[in-house]
Design a protein around this ligand. Structure first.
Ligand SMILES: Cc1cc2nc3c(=O)[nH]c(=O)nc-3n(C[C@H](O)[C@H](O)[C@H](O)COP(=O)(O)O)c2cc1C
Length: 185
């Protein structure tokens, strides 16, 4: 007999977590903001395209819709407090970059900075967007990618023994990679 039980479909996304949570930096007209976003998905590798689902009422949506650019910053467990603040307070209320004391660095090709101390960042430019019931789905081309070279190898990806990439489970609960499984034929 099956041991599965039915839950509310509105809770489906909790079943799909844990998944990495990223700090998204957006910038427009001299205003720069940071927010935590977990609903990020690769779409294609050639051309490199990524999709993000971001609530329409956020400052992040406002800035990205105006500027068309943003950075996706990969962070580790040391940034959990920053992720919590960036994900629970709106930049419409406070200057989160200042409050968190984040040092921002100019990206190479796009007009949005990245966060000093991140494990990696992707510089992205929006190519399409659509609104679905109050959520903006941004489809963006990845124009530049920088990684910590001691933690990432393009042949194998992240060194999971060393890169403690922060993932969000649900509510206040986060996790990091705990076991490495190498599948051998
Ligand atoms: C761990 C975590 C993950 C989140 N992921 C998303 C997400 O994928 N999409 C979204 O719209 N909001 C997400 N949020 C909520 C936003 O970060 C939150 O609304 C934030 O206040 C928006 O800030 P802004 O108004 O400064 O852009 C998340 C929050 C947390 C704590």
């Amino acid at each position: 007999m099956s041991s599965l039980v039915s839950i509310d479909v509105e809770d489906y996304y909790k079943v799909l977590h844990p998944r990495p949570v990223y700090l998204i930096v957006s910038s427009c007209d001299g205003r720069t903001n940071v927010a935590s976003i977990a609903w990020v998905s690769p779409v294609n590798d050639d051309p490199p395209v990524v999709a993000l689902a971001i609530n329409k009422d956020t400052l992040t949506s406002e800035l990205i819709s105006k500027s068309g650019v943003f950075t996706i910053n990969v962070v580790d467990e040391s940034k959990v407090s920053d992720v919590w603040v960036a994900g629970t307070v709106s930049g419409k209320e406070i200057d989160k970059v200042g409050k968190l004391g984040l040092k921002l660095i100019k990206s190479r090709t796009i007009d949005a900075p990245y966060i000093d101390g991140c494990l990696a960042y992707l510089g992205c430019k929006v190519i399409r967007s659509l609104e679905i019931n109050g959520v903006n789905l941004y489809i963006a081309k990845v124009l530049e990618v920088y990684v910590r070279k001691n933690l990432f190898d393009p042949r194998y990806g992240w060194n999971l023994y060393r890169a403690k990439i922060l993932m969000h489970s649900s509510g206040r609960c986060f996790t990091i990679p705990g076991k490495v499984i190498i599948h051998r034929m």
